[in-house]
Design a protein around this ligand. Structure first.
Ligand SMILES: *[C@@H]1O[C@H](CO)[C@@H](O)[C@H](O)[C@H]1NC(C)=O
Ligand SMILES: *[C@@H]1O[C@H](CO)[C@@H](O)[C@H](O)[C@H]1NC(C)=O
Ligand SMILES: *[C@@H]1O[C@H](CO)[C@@H](O)[C@H](O)[C@H]1NC(C)=O
Ligand SMILES: CC(=O)N[C@H]1CO[C@H](CO)[C@@H](O)[C@@H]1O
Length: 428
């Protein structure tokens, strides 16, 4: 048994990201470490009931008043064009405006920094695990080692010339490689911010080198992407792939319901009512039955006879009963569905969903379709193709069994403990 560590965990305040972290943090807790989540107040009880300690900073209560965070978020995605028919290049402008450069986004990073600083001072963690875009300066300047936790497609963090840029949804076969550099140039801009560094300076710190938002000082990056889908270059020492975020899916079912406020068990695919109506219209003309997660605007459309659905559906128990999943392919859906050995039709709407969908498609484990432009024929022939592909079912089963039997989560815990015991990490 290694020395117990005090570990502070911060995930961008998104359900998907908390959820993705539980596999690793639960393992660390079981191994005798102290794990403390820095969270806003409305997550406090849920996380405590799961056995974690929580720390709520001075800004942690700010958002409590806002009841329907899921709906507000969905509405914002639509209104800003982030979810919508525009292509992935155009969407870079929207992400920039909303997530990286907007006054709200910058203010939020400052609120987080203030909470972070309190947590660092009070808890004096040995190690920080962070799933984040903006590195808090109190972490950077503290010399505390940190681990980057990547709950998205790894392309979001890789920035490698030999791979397509994150969020582009471009194929890996380089057929359009002449377009990569220009896309990457724009995507890479998210890694720098004068505004954020102005704020860092106002708080009394030095600016980060080159006005970066997240200097790469982490001792390790942990991500999860099934090996069958993985990119050829994401295999070096400072990266560790746990392949699936939460492996014990029987525990996960209850845990999600225990941890998440019910209104968050939600699916961003449903955010666009026009897409949803068109899709259910097409599927009504097939001989299959469908379970539909209707989402925030559930009252605005009815389902045909071969469908049943509700506003919120717990994804994992339902996954066990279905033959195929039609998904936006984001967040944890991809790995969760993959370990259930279900073929997927991916209809990407924003961010890394394009990359996930593309990767499924080009590795043959699923089919990517454009939710705004798919035809009835395309949808129906894709369903037929996947549902009748016995070889694919076998391949999926083999992959799922392999992942479920792997002990990658134990190995990464050992790796973390060894890194900490040997202190052989270096700050760049
Ligand atoms: C998106 O559209 C713009 C303008 O029509 C075009 O220049 C760009 O190459 C397109 N990007 C993608 C990924 O198709
Ligand atoms: C999976 O979860 C169940 C229910 O919480 C638990 O009883 C079981 O021990 C877990 N299995 C593993 C391998 O962690
Ligand atoms: C939709 O599909 C058609 C035919 O495949 C294509 O010509 C058109 O450019 C597509 N439109 C969009 C917005 O992708
Ligand atoms: C519901 C949910 O957690 N959605 C998250 C999915 O991933 C995007 C991109 O990382 C986040 O912004 C969302 O909050």
């Amino acid at each position: 048994m290694s020395q117990p560590l005090t570990i502070l965990v911060y995930c961008l305040e998104s359900v998907g990201r908390y959820n993705a972290s539980f596999g690793l943090t639960t393992k660390l807790l079981k191994r005798g470490h102290r794990v403390i989540y820095l969270v806003p107040i409305h997550y406090k009880e849920k996380l405590q009931s799961h056995g974690f300690e929580v720390f709520v900073g001075p800004n942690g209560g700010k958002f409590e008043v806002e009841k329907n965070l899921g709906e507000t978020f969905s509405k914002m995605l639509l209104e800003t064009g982030i979810v919508g028919p525009d292509n992935t290049t155009k969407k870079l402008d929207y992400y920039q405006k909303v997530f990286f450069d907007g006054d709200d986004a910058i203010q939020k990073t400052i609120d987080v920094e203030i909470d972070f600083k309190c947590a660092m001072n009070e808890l004096k963690p040995d190690l920080v695990i962070g799933d984040l875009f903006f590195l808090p300066p109190s972490l950077y300047f503290s010399n505390t080692p940190w681990i980057q936790y990547i709950s998205t497609n790894p392309l979001i963090e890789i920035h490698d010339d030999e791979l397509p840029p994150g969020t582009s949804g471009f194929p890996c076969d380089k057929s359009n490689q002449h377009e990569w550099a220009e896309f990457e140039r724009k995507f890479k801009q998210f890694s720098y911010s004068k505004k954020y560094n102005d704020e860092i300076e106002k708080l009394g710190y030095q600016r980060f080198p080159n006005d970066q938002v997240k200097p790469q000082t982490q001792i390790l990056s942990v991500y999860a992407f099934p090996d069958e889908l993985n990119y050829p270059l994401v295999r070096n020492n400072d990266w560790y792939n746990i392949e699936v975020f939460v492996k014990n899916e029987s525990a996960d079912t209850n845990d999600i319901l225990k941890i998440m406020p019910k209104e968050f068990i939600d699916d961003t695919l449903d955010v666009d009512i026009d897409v949803m109506k068109r899709l259910t219209g097409i599927l009504a003309n097939t001989n299959h039955k469908y379970i539909v997660s209707k989402g925030p605007r559930h009252e605005e459309f009815d389902l045909p006879r071969n469908m049943w659905g509700d506003r919120y559906l717990p994804q994992i128990p339902i996954l066990k009963f279905v033959d195929l999943v039609i998904t936006h392919g984001g967040n944890n859906s991809l790995t969760e569905i993959f370990v259930q050995a279900k073929p997927m039709i991916a209809l990407p709407m924003f961010w890394d969903q394009y990359d996930n969908a593309q990767r499924l498609h080009e590795t043959g484990y699923g089919i990517r379709l454009d939710p705004y432009n798919l035809t009835q024929d395309e949808m129906i022939s894709s369903l037929d193709k996947l549902l009748n592909d016995e070889q694919l079912k076998l391949k999926l089963k083999t992959a799922a069994n392999r992942i479920l039997q792997s002990n990658a989560d134990e190995i990464v815990c050992e790796k973390i403990e060894n890194l900490m015991a040997n202190n052989n990490y270096s700050k760049n």
